[in-house]
Design a protein around this ligand. Structure first.
Ligand code: PEP
Length: 249
């Protein structure tokens, strides 16, 4: 049995005061809930507040991106060891918005994954096709390419903390959701790529999350699908009640 992981991606929303308000309301709503792992990924500027607030709870905190170098003249970037130094345990890598707006490529995703794993972070590596690719019947090719390149030259031993998120880009922030069946098909394919890269046993244990307009209303149907090992939630994670409802689907 793979323990499900429900992760919040706040994107560029909330300041430290709003982060405080969120956790004040959210923590009591999920008190004692340990069926699933809960991770909240706020903007960098909120990480410190979030980490203080979750102290003593079962909630973990992650970043939304990381650079692959340890230090240097890389203005605006954050190194893996900076995240671990403040108690951050998770990091989203290769989110479609990074790929779409900030020049993230399959190769930089691979570099970031290696660096995050090297530093003991749990990376949530995002893959997913855009609408034109799905409509052109290219979903499988795109997912295969993204996984193959993301997993390239990483050993199964090093990859042990890896988590993958399947996020069809046409479903992110659009209110359109992949059906549980569509998501399951993609997850089977991703698991197959993980088996090729890291072996069958690794793939069997790998958690593959679904992301794309997950809401309290559709969370149960999606999470009941055996292939879906959790969710990466954007918009609906900003409100403590709706994120708690998803966590407790
Ligand atoms: C996301 O940002 O990863 C995401 C899935 O967003 P939303 O839930 O808003 O579609």
């Amino acid at each position: 049995m793979r323990k499900k992981l429900i992760a919040a991606n706040w994107k560029m929303y909330k300041n430290p005061a709003q982060t405080k308000e969120f956790f004040r309301d959210f923590i009591p709503l999920v008190a004692g809930h340990d069926r699933d792992e809960i991770v909240v990924c706020p903007p960098y500027i909120d990480l410190h507040s979030a980490l203080e607030l979750i102290n003593g709870t079962q909630i973990s905190v992650g970043a939304q991106d990381v650079y692959w170098k340890d230090e240097g003249a890389f203005t605006g970037e954050i190194a893996p060891a900076m995240l671990t130094a403040i108690g951050c345990t998770h990091v989203i890598i290769g989110h479609s918005e990074r790929r779409q707006y900030f020049g993230e490529t399959d190769d930089t995703v691979n570099l970031k994954l290696k660096a995050a794993l090297e530093h003991g972070l749990t990376p949530i590596a995002c893959v997913g096709e855009v609408l034109e690719e799905r409509e052109a019947g290219l979903t499988e090719d795109v997912l295969r390419r993204q996984c193959m390149r993301a997993f390239s030259s990483i050993s199964a031993r090093k990859a042990s903390k890896l988590v993958v998120a399947y996020e069809p880009v046409w479903a992110i922030g659009t209110g359109k959701t992949a059906t549980p069946g569509m998501a399951a098909d993609a997850h089977v394919l991703i698991r197959g790529e993980a088996a090729k890269a890291f072996g069958e046993a690794f793939a069997e244990a790998l958690r593959i999350l679904y992301g794309g307009s997950v809401k309290p209303e559709n969370a149960t149907a999606l999470m009941s699908e055996e292939e879906i090992d959790g969710a990466l939630v954007g918009g609906a994670s900003l409100d403590p009640k709706s994120f708690a409802a998803i966590v407790k689907y």
